[in-house]
Design a binder for this molecule. Structure first.
Ligand SMILES: [Fe+2]
Length: 279
């Protein structure tokens, strides 16, 4: 509006300049017409200017609001990530405490995680799949907190009921971690005892329908278990355990995962196994 008034004032000044200077020759009607035209133009320009300013103001406000909203979302996501990380850390601590009580399983989940991520690297998993695999491996046996110790440490053959009780750790573990990890990690824990050929009666999927991370954990878990002392047997050598893994390729284990496992350099395997079975 202000620009319109200025334009109008300039127009009037230009028109009446001849009167002031004495150079006017009687074109009053034309002048009046020009003044009216100037007023109309100024009104239109002023109106358009107001609308443009209003639009600019609204756009700026919207941009500010969007910026605030983005900041708020980022802050909230950061806070949620921190809370999730703390919760996972607490569950990991629970696993390590549980394993530390038993000399036969001390450090098991950490070693399984090292083996599983080494296999994952050989299979070129994505960053997200590697992160899921790491959490799945660390937490795969957390459900053992629900298993009775006498059954867990039994030296003689398990009865079918005792075996079912121990295998209940799979679902118990999935239930424990569900509130703090994504559904893929839950799936890795749920399926880590599935056999590739579907030989386990409890499993709902077979072959490549078993989540890849669970097929990886199955090999890593079995290898670490075989190379560890147990109440009912001594640890196998690395060579014997590798032979066993080969023997069960295509039945218990996914051949592609076994191939990847066999590509891990012996030095890396020995480094992971170092310091175990010292008790
Ligand atoms: Fe397990």
């Amino acid at each position: 509006m202000r620009n319109g008034i200025i334009a109008c004032a300039v127009l009037i000044a230009v028109i009446y300049l001849p009167f002031v200077t004495g150079l006017h020759h009687g074109f009053l009607l034309i002048d009046v017409g020009l003044i009216l035209l100037g007023l109309v133009i100024s009104a239109v320009l002023g109106r358009q200017g107001d609308m443009a300013r209003q639009l600019f103001k609204s756009t700026s406000e919207l941009q500010q609001q969007t910026k605030h909203l983005k900041l708020e979302i980022t802050e909230r996501m950061k806070a949620e990530k921190e809370i999730r990380s703390l919760s996972i850390g607490a569950i990991e601590t629970l696993v390590f405490a549980l394993e530390a009580k038993d000399k036969y399983s001390a450090g098991h989940s950490r070693r399984v995680t090292f083996f599983a991520t080494a296999i994952g690297n050989k299979l070129n998993l994505s960053d997200q799949d590697m992160e899921d695999l790491r959490y799945g491996s660390l937490l795969h046996d957390v459900g053992k907190i629900a298993v009775d110790q006498p059954v867990q440490n039994k030296i003689t053959r398990l009865t079918p009921n005792e075996y079912a009780h121990i295998m209940g750790h799979v679902q118990a573990g999935a239930d424990i971690v569900k509130p703090v990890v994504n559904s893929k990690v839950v799936g890795l824990i749920e399926h880590h005892h599935d056999r590739y050929d579907g030989g386990n009666q409890q499993q709902s999927v077979t072959g490549i329908n078993i989540p890849l991370g669970a097929r990886i954990i199955a090999v890593a878990d079995a290898f670490d278990a075989m190379t560890s002392n147990r109440p009912y047997r001594s640890a196998m050598s690395t060579g014997q355990a590798v032979k066993e893994i080969r023997n069960f390729t295509g039945t218990q284990f996914d051949p592609a995962v076994v191939d990847a496992f066999l590509k891990i350099p012996p030095d890396e395997i020995n480094a992971i196994l170092e310091n175990k079975n010292e008790n």
